[in-house]
Design a protein around this ligand. Sequence first.
Ligand code: AVJ
Length: 321
Amino acid sequence: MDALTSLRPADTAFRDDVLAGLAAPIPAIPARWLYDHRGSELFEEITRLPEYYPTRTETDLLERYAGEIAASVGTGEAVVEFGSGSSAKTPILLRAVAPGAYVPIDISGEFLRESAETLQALFPGLPILPVEADFMRRIALPEAVAKLAKLGFFPGSTIGNLVARTAVDLLRAMKETLGEGSRLVIGMDRIKPVETLIAAYDDNAGVTAAFNLNLLHRINAELDGDIPVDAFRHRAVWNDEMSRIEMHLEAVREVAFSVAGRRFRFARGATIHTENSHKYGHRDSRLMLRAAGWGVVKEWTDEKQWFSVILAEAEPPRFAP
Ligand code: AVJ
């Protein structure tokens, strides 16, 4: 192992995932690598697209029902957000529940600092205690919030990136992090007409395509790759069996390239699977939460039932059945 490798484990993880993913029988790269600086900018742009309904719909739901959420949780709690809340959604919740502290958790220290600054300006008196960590595992929360009741916040249907098994692992880790008696406000995207879903993930302006293709630019820049990006195109497909939108990068011609000194060859039509975005039926979301030890207290949805915001409560350990 060279010195760089041992000093920069994050780079190794990206390289390992990309090399293993490109060589796999069904080539796939974990979706988290889409979100470098440029990728995060492009995602922000996606949230403003006319076709991308989730952000708008969830923000409207939070605005409309923040009062009801606040009424069922009380004030002075520690709001713990999984992912750093630089978006418009976090202030809506914080304004409504008047928390005793705000704890954003994110794997990227840079985004944490940015969003903490933005929110501190909006809520000058609020203690903001960022935690740089991977929230897939149980996290020790700051000592300062030990005595406060906890309200988790996980908006955006980010849970939908994960297959059910991993999603349940995450929800269980969140329960362990937040502790007994805690509650969770989670956004989950609903199943809807396929045309609407496809449009949201393959927009007319091509922003989602740029977001997906940016992964190849990132590989070229960070992993010494020479992938001809124009040999790939963005594809969004609905996998009905798995109830999810999948993003793929499809080779439009036969193409060979190298990444980190390794050679790869893709036949025309071969794809790299880059993201899943699971969609849930009314009962699906409840079942998944329940499987991880969360009981649904209340659920809010829009007129078209395109998105839902769920308030869940950590259930105490129970005996059978
Ligand atoms: C951030 C995972 C919620 O799945 O809708 C949007 C990501 N990908 N357009 C989603 C995404 C393409 C987004 N999440």
